[in-house]
Design a protein around this ligand. Structure first.
Ligand SMILES: NC(=O)c1ccc[n+]([C@@H]2O[C@H](COP(=O)([O-])OP(=O)(O)OC[C@H]3O[C@@H](n4cnc5c(N)ncnc54)[C@H](O)[C@@H]3O)[C@@H](O)[C@H]2O)c1
Length: 360
């Protein structure tokens, strides 16, 4: 008889200390649909919210029974705020991170940390010099399906991974992000970055990357709306990330497949159906360990809001244990280097060996 598979360890591990005060900056769609509901469900302590648009800040604070700070300074001066949680448009991340770090606060910043690699490197240095933790909200690492694949790999059910494919096709809700419309770079840095970060998390650091990207969609958008990224790892594993935000919704789908020498895992990514509400991911896997029979556990929770508990829980645990979080700014530099490599590959028409942190 083959062994019965144990339940998968995919739900976020709650921190030993949960009452660090959170000051949320940004009261937009992800704060409202994701951050605040996630923190409420995890029992985290939201001290207050600040948004440059006071009416939005006050409305969200009222909805979640917290206070609205009148200014960023008021939030940063509050001794009750230990962690500044940044959920504003990407262009505003660097000055907000810098102000929070200068005020001696730990920071969780939404992805992408910044559009500017040199700035990302200096933010990481500043946080280290100030003795505070800087983490990035790459919550795909806590997506229920991707975490399950990670757990399967960790316990050996998939063997050595040989192939990954993530395939997302369908229009995006560009009306939610007018601040993206004029950006020269869009889809890879804002959306495919999740896939790049997740494959690093599960397979490690890729050695080569080749990307094609172009504008194939909504006329409001100036940057690329379609991207195909091919990756190769040093051990020969390879992968294909497809992200096509076209204009036709007749075949909207978002699937993943991770194949290894001992098993395979595949399913759907629920967040991309009816964003931002989405639906639960699906998972089916089979492994030599269980006579290759298909196993399809039902996954609890959704990308938004549930996968937003993990990044903050990990930061809290790291603060408590006085270590770097696994979603640290320093770790995230490598994800940003992959983003940069993808754009370099598109403009130069060749495969790129992604940059590595200095000295590695
Ligand atoms: N991890 C995920 O799954 C996920 C999903 C969606 C968005 N995001 C990221 O979250 C961030 C916010 O996205 P969103 O969809 O909520 O945007 P949004 O436009 O809905 O909200 C942004 C809010 O920030 C406020 N704001 C702008 N500049 C500010 C400043 N300097 N100080 C204070 N408030 C400011 C705006 O008034 C607005 O209320 C982006 O970085 C985006 O990439 C992540």
């Amino acid at each position: 008889m083959p062994p019965t598979p144990q339940p998968l360890d995919y739900l976020p591990h709650l921190p030993p200390k949960r009452d660090y005060g959170i000051g949320v900056v940004g009261a937009g769609s992800i704060a409202r649909a994701g951050h605040l509901p996630a923190y409420r469900s995890a029992g985290f302590n939201v001290v207050g919210i600040y948004d440059a648009d006071t009416a939005k800040s006050e409305a969200l604070a009222a909805e979640f029974s917290t206070v609205s700070f009148p200014s960023l300074e008021a939030l940063l001066e509050s001794p009750d705020v230990a962690v500044v949680d940044i959920a504003t448009p990407t262009i505003s991340h660097p000055p907000l991170v810098e102000a929070a770090v200068a005020a001696g606060k730990h920071v969780l910043c939404q992805k992408p940390l910044t559009y500017d690699i040199a700035k990302a490197e200096s933010m990481v240095r500043d946080a280290a010099d100030a003795g505070v933790r800087l983490a990035v909200n790459q919550n795909g690492r806590w997506d229920q399906a991707f975490r399950s694949v990670y757990a399967l790999k960790q316990r050996g059910d998939l063997g050595d991974l040989t192939y990954v494919q993530i395939d997302r096709v369908g229009p995006l809700r560009w009306e939610l992000w007018p601040w993206l419309w004029d950006r020269p770079r869009v889809l890879i840095v804002e959306d495919a970055i999740h896939f790049l970060d997740v494959v690093r998390f599960i397979l490690g650091e890729p050695e080569w990357l080749f990307a094609a990207g172009f504008h194939a969609g909504d006329e409001r958008i100036k940057g690329e709306t379609s991207a195909v990224i091919t990756l190769a790892w040093p051990d020969g594993a390879h992968g294909l990330l497809l992200n096509h935000a076209g204009i036709w919704d007749d075949d909207t789908h978002a699937t993943y497949r991770f194949e290894g020498t001992a098993g395979v895992a595949k399913g759907e990514l629920g967040v991309f159906y009816n964003f931002p509400y989405g639906r639960e991911d699906t998972l089916a896997y089979r492994s030599e360990r269980y006579d290759a029979a298909w196993i399809a556990p039902e996954l609890q929770g959704k990308w938004i809001p549930d996968a937003l508990v993990g990044p903050m829980a990990e930061l809290f645990t790291a603060i408590h244990e006085d270590r770097e979080p696994m979603n640290s700014g320093a770790d995230n530099l490598r994800t940003l280097y992959l983003v940069e490599a993808a754009y370099d590959s598109i403009s130069e028409g060749r495969a790129i060996r992604p940059r590595t942190p200095q000295g590695q």
